[in-house]
Design a protein around this ligand. Structure first.
Ligand SMILES: Cc1cc2nc3c(=O)[nH]c(=O)nc-3n(C[C@H](O)[C@H](O)[C@H](O)COP(=O)(O)OP(=O)(O)OC[C@H]3O[C@@H](n4cnc5c(N)ncnc54)[C@H](O)[C@@H]3O)c2cc1C
Length: 557
């Protein structure tokens, strides 16, 4: 990537951008903005993207982390959306099997439940058909005994059986970063910690943005023919700056997740089950942990730092203890958790769970294009719709249009021979990693996590070996850190621990073990002053508190 996505080069990339006029500037580095930047750049548009925090800081690191068609939306007869989004599952999987993987999902059926055996079977069959599910992954109906074999801790009373089907599990923040990296590999410019403050207007039309580098305080003016607002929960804020909204476009609802150790919540298969109020809850195994979610409540507090409340926790604990009564989970068993905001399109008179998850494009008088709503899973299709629109507008200005190219385009790290080739790819890379002196377990973990980019980490091994010898950080951790800084624009320790590795949520002991060494190493590589070092250390501490102690604290508006 020629250093274009190195955290060391953020400043110089930004300065160089001031001398250019981009075809398209995307504001927002969540999955929506990432998808648009990739689609646009690969069609030949000169594309830029700004993110005011870290990439995937917003909703795109705080979802249920599933690539799914939204089975429950069938209940609301959102057939078109289920069909469209459901079909995208296979596309997302094939283009990045290192970041998305199939996950067997159980749907338990109870005598007193909202779905009977027959309705579940029919609903899942419709889902198979709508989502174009592959033959090997189509639904199966299990008896009560078969269900308990797979889920021995499940409530037995009234159990009639279950539906077994396949969804896909992902790491939302990593999916986002892999999409942005691909866009940058294709020539796009993407910079984190740059906030679009105001729009540049020419003849009443948006012609770029005035932005602030949040790490240095410097101001930048970046010109672009078209600007897309992909600011997720902040979309209305940007529309207000543009002077465009007639009332609120969005309705924000909060959803939280709780993480337990597998020893306290042993789960072999993901489960999708009814809460007593009829809402559906996921419990999903992930490595040594199990996580549970989610809630759905209206929200009007601080958008950047939604917090979970005692009531949110109690709601999920009641759901889990109702379905797995023997576990007797309490708040003391909660290890970590996160809260995210759904940027839903406002619909009057509906409860949070009833509001549609559809996406919509709004074009203001100034020409600002806003994309709002939608799901992680449908990001590629959403991007196609938006860029088609931009392409039609630019065509009027004589700029050539190419068709969308992302359907069969692997994301960064996804050149592994598709899902079918991934296992043999991993095998080969384990072999190579062992030759470099890694253990087979370390090499496999790296190959699965980084996909084809593992070669770039392997290339760093030799030069880092010496540093690792004297550092309180094993070589594989140092390789991850150096790669995150140099090729994934990780600019702070929190970027590394929360959104580049996911350890903050799923391996907190690793954060505690390596945090001092990571701060020292980043300070050296990024030339921090003592003040900057202290500030980033304090931010990391706050992020750890948010992921742990903040569980139970009321939202501070
Ligand atoms: C609890 C929950 C569970 C979910 N589960 C799933 C799921 O399992 N599967 C699924 O498919 N979908 C799921 N979703 C939906 C999905 O997560 C979202 O649709 C998606 O992440 C939204 O992405 P986005 O890019 O639009 O918004 P965001 O990820 O929030 O990105 C917007 C970005 O814009 C940036 N920004 C804002 N203003 C500015 C500015 N002025 N300058 C620069 N940058 C700016 C923000 O910092 C932010 O990072 C879930 C959502 C929630 C809340």
């Amino acid at each position: 990537m020629n250093g274009m996505f190195s955290a060391r080069n953020r400043g110089s990339v930004l300065r160089a951008m001031e001398g250019e006029t981009f075809d398209l500037l995307v504001v927002g580095g969540g999955i929506t903005g990432a998808g648009i930047a990739l689609d646009a750049q690969t069609r030949g548009f000169r594309t830029a993207l700004f993110e005011m925090h870290d990439f995937a800081f917003g909703t795109s690191s705080r979802s249920t982390k599933l690539v799914h068609g939204g089975l429950r939306y069938l209940k609301q007869f959102e057939v078109k959306m289920v069909a469209e989004v459901g079909r995208e599952r296979a596309v997302v999987y094939e283009n990045g099997p290192h970041v998305t993987s199939p996950e067997g999902m159980m749907l338990p059926i109870y005598r007193e439940g909202t779905l009977g055996r027959w309705t579940t079977s029919v609903a899942l069959a419709i889902y198979d058909r709508l989502a174009g599910v592959r033959p090997g992954e189509r639904r199966r109906m299990l008896t009560a005994e078969e269900t308990l074999e797979k889920l021995p801790f499940l409530k037995r009373n009234g159990l009639l059986g279950s539906g077994y089907y396949v969804e896909y599990r992902t790491d939302d923040a990593r999916l986002t970063i892999e999409v942005i990296k691909k866009a940058v590999e294709a020539g796009a410019r993407a910079v984190n910690y740059v906030k679009a403050e105001r729009f540049i207007l020419e003849g009443g039309k948006v012609a770029g943005v005035e932005a602030t580098d949040m790490l240095t305080g410097r101001e930048h003016r970046i010109r672009a023919r078209k600007v897309v607002n992909a600011a997720g929960p902040w979309a209305d804020t940007l529309r207000k700056i543009d002077g465009s909204p007639k009332g609120s476009t969005l309705r924000l609802t909060k959803g939280i997740h709780l993480v337990f150790d597998r020893s306290r919540f042993p789960l072999k298969h993901a489960v999708y089950f009814d809460h007593s109020d009829g809402r559906m809850i996921f419990a999903i195994p992930r490595g040594c942990k199990t996580y549970v979610g989610t809630t759905d409540t209206d929200y009007d507090g601080d958008i950047a730092h939604p917090r979970m409340t005692k009531a949110d926790q109690a709601y999920l604990l009641a759901a889990v203890n109702g379905m797995f009564p023997g576990l007797r989970l309490t708040e003391h068993d909660i290890e970590t958790g996160w809260a995210g905001l759904r940027p839903l399109i406002a619909e009057a008179g509906k409860s949070p769970s009833e509001v549609s998850r559809r996406d919509e494009v709004f074009v203001s008088e100034s020409g600002l294009i806003t994309i709002a709503g939608g799901k992680l899973t449908g990001y590629r299709k959403m991007a196609e719709t938006v860029v088609d629109r931009v392409a039609r507008q630019l065509a009027k200005e004589g700029i050539r249009i190419a068709p969308c190219r992302t359907r069969h385009l692997p994301v960064s790290g996804g050149d592994v021979g598709g899902s079918a080739g991934f296992p043999s790819f991993v095998e080969r890379k384990v072999h190579e990693g062992v030759k470099l002196g890694l253990s087979a377990v370390e090499a496999e973990a790296l190959a699965r996590f980084y996909g084809s980019n593992v070669d770039r980490l392997y290339r760093l091994a030799d030069e880092l070996r010496q540093e690792a010898g004297g550092a309180p950080m094993p070589l594989p951790v140092l390789m991850r850190l150096a790669y995150a800084i140099e090729e994934e624009c990780a600019a702070t320790p929190t970027d590394f621990f929360l959104r580049r590795t996911g350890w903050m949520l799923f391996d907190l002991p690793a954060v505690m073990r390596y945090k001092d060494a990571v701060i020292e190493s980043m300070a050296r590589r990024l030339d921090w002053t003592e003040n900057e070092k202290q500030r980033h250390a304090a931010d990391l501490q706050q992020a750890v508190e948010e992921a742990t102690v903040a569980v139970g604290r009321e939202s501070a508006h």
